[in-house]
Write a protein that binds this ligand. Structure first.
Ligand SMILES: [Fe+2]
Ligand SMILES: [Fe+2]
Length: 244
């Protein structure tokens, strides 16, 4: 396992980088990711615009590529912990010099952050091809998990599910990769954040046929292949929609 250097991105699969930050005070880690494929540089869920947060992300991205090289930002829903930094990306890359991709419902709210770049809305099952070798990013909507217009992204090349707030965890003894406490951290996060078991089961049906090498949630820890089955079963059997 690679060591965490606050200034360096961590390559979690070839060409896929974790560019996030642990927030031990709030119990949240936030996990933006960067995918590099040919000329494409895709930033997923860039995160908060607070200096203390954005500086981590920016420094980590710049340890790999100049921010100006970003060609696309994907946001899995409209929350500030995913979207608030988009105007800061825009300041560097330039308005309409990159693409912003999200669902139709989230596309309504992204401009509320002061984003001026046009937002591209994608639907369930839509995919985009990146690079020259047929790599696809495949979008799967996840209604009510936890926003009606939420989605996740599946990367066909590295077989990663970027799962947003699903499979996310609070930072109980945080580590970049899931440790022995992670299922508990995931339960504590999922019970209040995920709305209803029906929607969880619907989502699990949608991802059933996907080959998964890794799950990369937006909070908490990355789930490597050998821990995926257990994480799926934990989610399947969890009572959610509970606020205590
Ligand atoms: Fe959220
Ligand atoms: Fe979140």
């Amino acid at each position: 396992m690679p060591e965490i250097n606050p200034e360096k991105a961590v390559e979690v699969k070839p060409g896929v980088w974790w560019v996030g930050w642990p927030d031990h005070e709030a119990g949240f880690s936030n996990n933006p990711y960067l995918i590099l494929e040919g000329e494409e540089a895709i930033l997923l869920d860039p995160g908060s615009r607070l200096d203390i947060h954005w500086n981590w992300v920016k420094t980590k991205i710049e340890s790999i590529i100049p921010i100006e090289k970003i060609t696309m930002v994907i946001v899995h829903h409209q929350d500030p912990d995913l979207c608030a930094a988009i105007p800061l990306v825009e300041e560097i890359v330039g308005v309409n010099n990159f693409e912003i991709v999200t669902t139709e419902r989230s596309a309504l709210f992204v401009p509320y952050y002061g984003v001026k770049t046009e937002v591209t809305a994608v639907s369930d099952g839509e995919s985009i091809e990146i690079g020259e070798e047929g790599r696809e990013l495949f979008f799967i909507t996840t209604p009510y998990l936890h926003f009606p217009g939420a989605m996740v992204t599946y990367d066909t090349k590295e077989k990663i599910l970027f799962s947003s707030d699903i499979f996310a965890g609070f930072s109980i003894d945080w580590s970049l990769y899931a440790n022995e406490y992670y299922l508990e951290a995931m339960k504590v996060f999922s019970q209040p954040y995920l709305s209803d078991q029906r929607h969880v089961h619907n989502f699990l049906r949608k991802i059933e046929g996907l080959e998964l090498e890794m799950i990369c949630p937006q909070h908490g820890s990355i789930i490597p292949k050998e821990q995926i089955d257990q994480a799926v079963e934990t989610l399947r059997n969890l009572e959610v929609g509970i606020w205590q």
